[in-house]
Write a protein that binds this ligand. Sequence first.
Ligand code: NAD
Length: 388
Amino acid sequence: MVISPRIKGFICITAHPDGCRENVRRQMEYVEKNGRTENGPKNVLIIGASTGYGLASRIALAFGSGANTLGIMFEKNATATRTATPGYYNTAAFEEFAKEKGLYAETINGDAFSVECKEQTIRKIREDLGKVDMVIYSLAAPRRTTPDGTTYTSVLKPVGEPFTNLSWNAKDNSLTTVTLEPANEEEVAATVKVMGGEDWSDWIDALHDADVLSEHAVTVAYSYIGPELTYPIYKEGTIGMAKKNLKECSDRINEKYQDAGIRSYVSVNKAVVTQASAAIPVVPLYFMILYKVMKAKNLHEGCIEQMDRLFRQKLTGTHAEQDAEGFIRMDDWELREDVQAEVMEAWNKITETELSEIADVDGYWEDFYHMFGFKFDNVDYDRDVPLV
Ligand code: NAD
């Protein structure tokens, strides 16, 4: 099949294996250019390892500190008529590159929320690695089925009051004013169940009880705060409630495993285009303006630049650079006063200015297509690709 992009709403339902491979290769190249670090972790479990921040963490640690990596993902292989999901292709490429360099790289494709997946992971660690010294929790999921069989679905809604703001329509590049109705209590609770820290804590308990965590193991999960402009839909919305719970769970992991020397962190990352973030209303418009401002200031970072900086500078060996509340702040440049002042200035003139003048619309689309393996200038998109 000659594979071309087929966009539906905020995702692309096709993915290109050669382009996904190129995406991984470029990330690997970025990390390798920065050289090897000596004090990084050696055996790492990455939960949510196939796209976005989880994939970038895996690449940064494998090629930056020579780490063996075991990844967990929830991806689909190709069928006779459908391409695989990008995470599937990314992972195949990652494993190939890592193995070429003599690194252990294995992946479990399953539902990370399930007990079975946790048990399978523990068996694999025991057999192949003995113990892990770092656990990265980078899941972004729409739903979670808990061990008692209940399925919870997360929502992206404000809490308490409706939220009205401008939003960008990917279909025709138009701007519309959207009003988002607030979530009810049940929706807030369900979002916390899916995107909060309960499952992360369950993972750490299971790994600790099975004695597959090294002494002084480190675990890190990812969060986002963003500017006041998006507070109603992010920080103070349903997803923000889940992220608040994530930090509380992190604090509880630290208390519970203090004697075992396990350290837990939440890293607040920068806004980047991923499958998860493209789904949030209002936020993509902010991203495009932010991209423009940060690129002009030479401060722009994607997933790999963020994760490379995290593991080279902010979370290394026994060192963790934390703010007063205990967060690691990878959004330090995004939230810099001068950056946000320019973003707000642009936001306030959106309606009377041509969008491409104040927002990096092309940059957004470039990242979007790259996520699915499209629009790389060195990939042959006319090639007839065998799907299975
Ligand atoms: P993403 O959609 O690119 O990645 C999600 C990962 O989770 C994929 O590897 C996917 O396979 C895996 N996954 C989903 N459901 C699963 C399941 N049931 N079992 C196993 N694996 C499953 O998302 P992302 O944007 O990289 O988000 C990762 C984390 O980073 C999230 O916690 C998100 O809130 C956070 N974060 C994202 C941004 C951003 O701008 N994208 C900013 C800050 C923090």
